[in-house]
Design a protein around this ligand. Structure first.
Ligand code: TA6
Length: 301
């Protein structure tokens, strides 16, 4: 991206003393928010929130020190936008898992300051039915990102075509923790889940979630909030969601982390993913001209 592109973004969407645009890692365009309530960084590549730091707190989000910042490769950490399919493509094995939204640059459409002092930025990703392998549909996706005392990310899919579409998607959020083996995740007690570490077997969560190995679980029929209790950081993070009945919890643990070139071998100890998801039995059918929004809200509890 050129400096002229950045200057144009600042002229059109910058907000004095609150929102500005720059070239970040890998010379990729980023929006920087510093509005007195929080600091946040959003990569326009991927529509990807990289950090969210409420006043007086450390970053709630985690990004790998090994992340690759290069067009076509998803950033490792923050809030990857997995869209318009979650995990493998339902029928085409020749396309990337987790869709194409996190591998493309989103367009800035608007910005504003809310009454409570939060900063809002609106991003969009558009294409026609010939744009994307695996997605022969006209589409319009929007991300509304509101950063203040809390962070709200809303992912909206509009069906611009004349046939119904079925999407699966996720806000695949990586949270920063001091020691993954010491945290407790509450809010999913009694919830049925598919255990992808045990051939997808369906199980029932008993009590709080703790981490002592690889965790890759898709919790079904839950709209409940989760709380991450992190004793060593002496903080609790509240994770709420809207428009989603599936929550995924993931930690790659030792072997999976070693197998990922954009993930430090020991970094699994400092992160956990809690994801707002539409997938499995919670995929969403969108009629022509209709839309669906899934949101995640993150705050200090
Ligand atoms: O959300 C959990 C998951 O589907 C895991 O199975 C793992 O693949 C993770 O996403 C990361 O996927 P990525 O394509 O970002 O490496």
């Amino acid at each position: 991206m050129t400096n002229e592109y950045i200057e144009n973004l600042n002229r059109r969407y910058g907000i004095k003393d609150k929102l500005s645009f720059h070239l970040g890692e890998g010379d990729m365009p980023v929006a920087l928010i510093d509005n007195g309530l929080c600091e946040a960084e959003i990569s326009l590549y991927g529509g990807h929130v990289l950090s969210f730091i409420p006043n007086g707190e450390e970053d709630l989000l985690w990004v790998s020190s090994k992340s690759i910042y290069s067009e076509g490769t998803p950033i490792r950490g923050g809030i990857p936008v997995c869209w318009p399919w979650f995990n493998a493509h339902p029928t085409d094995s020749d396309v990337y898992s987790h869709g194409f939204a996190r591998r493309n640059t989103w367009e800035v459409m608007d910005s504003a300051t809310e009454e409570d002092g939060s900063t809002v930025i609106l991003l969009a990703l558009n294409g026609d039915k010939n744009t994307r392998k695996g997605w022969p549909h006209s589409y319009h996706a929007e991300l509304t990102i509101t950063a203040g005392e809390e962070l709200k990310v809303e992912l909206t899919t509009e069906n611009k075509g004349d046939e119904p579409i079925v999407i699966s998607n996720a806000l695949h959020t990586y949270f920063s923790v001091a020691d993954a083996t010491k945290i407790i995740i509450s809010g999913l007690d009694g919830c049925e889940y598919g255990d992808d570490v045990d051939s997808g077997k369906m199980k029932v969560q008993s009590g709080d979630i703790t981490i002592a190995g690889e965790v890759d679980r898709n919790y079904r029929n839950t709209e409940d909030e989760c709380i991450i209790t992190d004793p060593l950081k002496d903080r609790k993070i509240r994770v709420r969601k809207e428009g989603s009945s599936t929550t995924v919890v993931w930690n790659p643990w030792v072997e999976k982390a070693k197998g990922l070139k954009d993930f430090g071998d020991e970094e699994y100890m400092n992160m956990v993913c809690i994801e707002a998801v539409n997938a499995f039995d919670d995929c969403r059918k969108i009629e022509p001209g209709e839309n669906h929004t899934m949101g995640q809200i993150i705050s200090i509890a």
